[in-house]
Design a protein around this ligand. Structure first.
Ligand code: WQD
Length: 342
């Protein structure tokens, strides 16, 4: 019998790509999303790619009764929790909005999972929990640093909620995936990142500049202590990232976990500078990008990249797409948006 995975925030950027990979791996998926940070583009794109419509429940995970009803209505074998706010700067300005939403929604989910007989829970965490590490690559053993933003705090706290629930309730098993910098789009160009307003993240800003929606990309800082003076990150392709979720879900459902709570870094292990990323984008897509150097962005870490050995060995997962393929897919997606008037 097919296993069912609930994907909270399944209409968003990462959730939509994960849904596609879950379906192609033979899982059933139930999508739940309150659409607070996306429209139906992601859901419609998923339907086109997989050739059918999936159950879609428009609901807020802060509504405990709605979460409880979800677990009554469906037999859920695993849940992947994406539903959260994610803008670092906004979280500094509106901490309560972030704490209420990101913490309550996950607590409601854990509570419902436990009261309905338990569940496998995959939490969407972030490399942000490492703060500014003393050195890279970081392993899962690298100590977490005090967070510099309420957003980062919510990621750390939710990891702790999961760890403590797993310890106390044998019917809950948990995996936290710590993503580095997810970029790119599905090869079909039917799903991708669709930021509202001015993008905070680098790649959407690049593609919007290339298409003419933005005048000029600002590279934040070129005087960092790195080879070319710009920050170093670990850019992970979104389809590769999505596949890591399938590996993690299978590990939980198939009873292959070594501990009841596990953490994995999901990155490539290769650092790339902002400048290298920009020039790679220009080269692979055969265009010139209008960019300038600007002041450092407050709060940015200089350099962070993953040691993905644990995920490679334990999940049997490895980042496969080249940066060129990934940056070509990001550009194809931006052009698809332009063609469809978005
Ligand atoms: C990457 C690099 C910028 C925009 C954030 C969150 C993290 C995670 C992913 C989210 C940095 C530079 C950026 C621009 C630039 N989670 N940059 N010009 O900050 O590494 O990580 O997103 O949901 O938790 O903190 O990603 O894409 O914003 O920046 O020069 O217009 O690009 O300074 O060096 P970041 P990013």
């Amino acid at each position: 019998m097919k296993k069912t995975v609930l994907v909270s925030g399944g209409a968003g950027f990462i959730g939509s790509h994960v849904t596609v990979e879950l379906i192609s791996a033979g899982y059933d998926v139930v999508i739940a999303d309150n659409m607070s940070n996306c429209d139906m583009t992601g859901y419609e794109g998923v339907s086109k790619i997989i050739g059918r419509e999936l159950p879609f429940i428009r609901m807020d995970f802060c509504d405990s009764q709605a979460v409880d009803k979800l677990f009554s209505d469906y037999r859920i074998d695993a849940v992947i929790h994406f539903a959260a706010f994610k803008a670092v700067g906004e979280s500094v300005a509106e901490p309560l909005k972030y704490y209420k939403n990101n913490l309550m929604s996950f607590l409601n989910l854990l509570d419902a999972a436990h009261s309905h007989g338990g569940c496998n829970v995959l939490f969407s965490s972030s490399a942000t929990v490492y703060g500014e590490p003393d050195q890279s690559p970081v392993t899962e053993q690298t100590p977490r640093q005090p967070s510099t933003s309420p957003y980062g705090n919510t990621k750390q706290m939710c990891e702790d909620f999961l760890r403590d629930c797993v310890k106390a309730y044998p019917d809950i098993k948990g995996i936290a995936l710590r993503y580095f910098n997810p970029i790119g789009a599905h090869p079909s160009a039917l799903i991708g990142e669709l930021p509202r307003g001015v993008p905070n993240n680098l790649v959407p800003f690049i593609t919007q500049t290339a298409i003419g929606k933005r005048e000029c990309l600002s590279i934040f800082g070129n005087d960092y202590p790195t080879p070319d003076g710009t920050c170093l990150r670990d850019y992970i392709d979104i389809v590769d990232l999505a596949k890591a979720h399938v590996c993690a879900v299978s590990r939980m459902i198939d009873g292959k976990m070594k501990e009841n709570y596990e953490i994995f870094n999901i990155g490539t292990g290769r650092p790339l500078s902002v400048y290298e990323l920009v020039t790679a984008f220009e080269k692979v897509n055969g265009l010139k990008l209008n960019y300038k150097y600007a002041d450092r962005r407050p709060g940015d870490v200089v350099a962070i990249w993953a040691d993905p050995t644990l995920a490679n060995e334990e999940l049997g997962w490895k980042a496969e797409r080249s940066i060129e393929e990934t940056l070509a897919s990001a550009w194809a997606w931006e052009k698809h948006l332009a063609e469809t008037g978005k």
